[in-house]
Design a protein around this ligand. Structure first.
Ligand code: CTP
Length: 222
């Protein structure tokens, strides 16, 4: 990654939608703001950017190649197709962990007072592609409501990541849909760097500056 103009960065952003029938789906409140801010910051650093985005209501970053997707399956296929050519993968997307086992072709009618939907796991995109990395720097996000650092470190190890961005969600002023954020970047060697509270644009700029192939940071080992 010595020549900035040659760095190819693959960023995922936003939620996915898993359909129950043509008019109903399960999803999450991700807006894609953090991923799009990272795309902007990477472009400003002179990187090439492939941006795989779930359904979001955001302006396309000028200069990025945008790949719109809807479901976790579509996101997996798109990331899988682009991964080998990238130098850096940053997975900010809030991928649905489960999808309905059956997707009905027609709108389901309400027959009973209760309804049971059976779900199955989606592919863990990050884990699947990280298993075949050949020199790529792979960065995950850990969105947690509690025990942030412990869970983030577990994800870093179990998904074989180079960095993880630990992101507290479920409280005002950080995480999903918030304008600002506060994160801790943790490297594979346990060293860390706290960023924020700051706007998502400022956090994105700092993250792009800190994500290097060295897999290490100057800060405290957590
Ligand atoms: N991720 C992924 N594919 C999935 C689920 C998550 O690639 N099917 C990625 C996310 O984009 C993120 C990281 O894995 O970079 C962690 O996601 P998170 O939702 O915090 O954790 P999970 O691995 O889904 O674990 P859990 O829901 O049990 O906390």
């Amino acid at each position: 990654m010595s020549n900035a103009s040659t760095i190819r960065c693959l960023i995922t952003a936003g939620p996915t939608r898993e359909f129950i029938d043509p008019v109903r789906f399960i999803s999450n409140p991700s807006t894609g703001k953090m991923g799009f801010a990272l795309a902007e910051a990477a472009l400003q650093a002179g990187w090439n950017v492939d941006l795989v985005a779930g359904p979001v209501d955001l302006e396309e970053p000028d200069g990025a190649i945008l790949y719109p997707v809807t479901t976790a399956k579509e996101m997996f296929h798109q990331v899988d197709a682009l991964f080998d050519a990238c130098d850096v993968l940053i997975m900010t997307a809030a991928v649905s962990d489960f999808r309905p086992v059956r997707q009905h072709a027609w709108k389901e009618k309400k027959h009973d007072a209760t309804m049971t939907i059976e779900f199955e796991r989606t592919t863990d995109i990050l884990k699947a592609v990280a298993q075949r990395k050949l020199g790529q720097t792979v960065v995950g996000f850990a969105a947690e409501t509690h025990d942030l650092i412990r869970y983030a470190r577990e994800k870093l190890e179990s998904k074989d990541l180079d960095f993880i961005v630990a992101n507290q969600v479920g409280r005002a002023g950080a995480g999903f849909a918030a304008e600002s954020n506060e994160v801790t970047l943790i490297a594979a060697d346990g060293s860390s760097f706290k960023i924020g509270p700051a706007s998502k644009a400022v956090i994105a700029k700092e993250l792009i500056a800190l994500i290097t192939p060295e897999r290490s940071l100057a800060g405290e080992v957590l």
